[in-house]
Design a protein around this ligand. Structure first.
Ligand SMILES: Cc1ncc(COP(=O)(O)O)c(C=O)c1O
Length: 375
């Protein structure tokens, strides 16, 4: 049996008529950039997160870059984040001219260790970027306390955490800005690139609306003869969500709750099946009353990770290792940090297939093959 890490075609098959209709509607009406679907999506996503503003962007990378820029981050500033993240988080900091300062993770949650964050603060630190990895919130209660105490901006990388929360407060809503990715594999994924920033700060939102489109205003006038009515208010960038992707996201929003329920159910099945395998460290299930996890990934730890990976591959199961070489050890990035927990994790972490449309037969097969490796 073959079990893919994620199966895009199956997900499309479930909602084909709605998606086809949404795309044709955009194409037939020439609704390509800054049209009604984009605005509808921004309103719906802001409502879902419980915030005032959603500024859609071309990607989470773009969202993080303009958020940091809009907050005034740049040369001479330090921004603290983790090495155990997709490189985009660190790249966004570097793109502003600020210096990324990478700290270690809590080995149990794989997210930022709040103590390590506090220890890394210097007089030049201006912001922190917690990354809610694998669909689980960082310990935002502690991170926010520290950030407030030291007067730091907080830009959350919530790329993997649509719908996750801590104590009922949603990922992306704790700090000044929360950045999301709608890359196809994400909990809420479109069929290309997409992202958004959310914020409750009216002034920051106004700046972000300008910055995502080279500082020009007004944005919702697509006809060429309206270009002379535009004013450029400052430097920006081009990071815009295509209207077709917004239309797709509007359809997918209707299925988001069900998709999260299904992700959590499959994670439960894995937890139940693996809890007595001492060689495996599972996601931190006992604290679920405090954290609502959406399981972007079912990431586990195993000292014999490479052996388990090979065994699953040999049995037709796709897995992902995020990340085998941590960012601070990537030669091309030229960074030098001492992060023992991150380095240990990079030798042990592996994610099993988990996507909402996975069949019972598939996740039972993954369970069977994983268990058989340890017998
Ligand atoms: C943790 C994290 N941050 C940022 C990103 C970047 O998102 P995007 O591809 O939308 O730029 C990703 C995407 O994989 C991610 O997983």
């Amino acid at each position: 049996m073959i079990v893919k890490f994620i199966d895009y075609t199956r997900a499309y098959g479930q909602i084909k008529p709605e998606i086809d209709e949404a795309i044709s509607h955009c194409l037939e009406n020439g609704d390509l950039i800054y049209r009604a679907d984009t605005k509808t999506f921004e309103e719906s996503f802001a409502k879902l997160c419980g915030v005032k503003h959603c500024i859609s962007t071309g990607s989470c990378s773009g969202a993080m870059f303009i958020s940091l820029k809009a907050l005034g981050l740049g040369m001479g500033h330090e921004v603290i984040t983790v090495s155990h993240t997709y490189v985009a988080t660190i790249d966004a900091i570097v793109a502003t001219g600020a210096l990324p300062v990478l700290v270690d993770i809590d080995p149990r949650t794989m997210n930022m260790d709040p103590d390590a964050f506090e220890k890394a603060i210097t007089p030049w630190t201006k912001a922190v970027m917690p990354v809610h990895l694998n669909g689980r919130c960082c310990d935002m209660s502690r991170i926010m306390d520290i950030a407030v105490k030291h007067n730091l901006f907080v830009v959350e990388d919530a790329a993997q955490a649509v719908g996750a929360d801590q104590h009922g407060k949603k990922a992306g809503t704790f700090g000044n800005a929360g950045c999301f990715s709608f890359y196809p594999a994400k909990v809420l994924g479109c069929y290309g690139e997409g992202g958004a920033v959310i914020t409750d700060d009216d002034e920051l939102a106004s700046t972000l609306y300008l910055m995502r489109d080279h500082g020009e205003w007004p944005p919702y006038i697509p006809a060429p003869n309206n270009n002379d009515k535009k004013t450029i208010y400052g430097w920006g960038y081009n990071t815009i969500l295509d209207n077709i992707q917004a239309a797709i996201l509007n359809v997918k929003l209707d299925f988001l709750d069900d998709a999260i329920v299904r992700r959590r159910l499959i994670a439960d099945k894995y937890d139940e099946a693996f809890f007595n395998i001492s060689a495996l460290d599972l996601p931190p299930a006992p604290t679920r009353w405090e954290y609502f996890d959406v399981y972007q990934n079912y990431a586990i730890r195993c000292e014999d990770r490479d052996g388990l990976e090979k065994h699953l591959t040999d049995n037709g199961i796709e897995t992902i290792v995020s990340w085998r070489t941590p960012n601070h050890k990537q030669k091309g990035l030229g960074m030098n940090f001492n992060l023992p927990e991150t380095e240990r994790l990079s030798n042990e972490v592996i994610s099993l297939p988990l996507f909402p449309d996975m069949t019972e037969e598939e996740f039972k097969y993954v369970i069977g093959c994983t268990r058989s490796y340890f017998q």
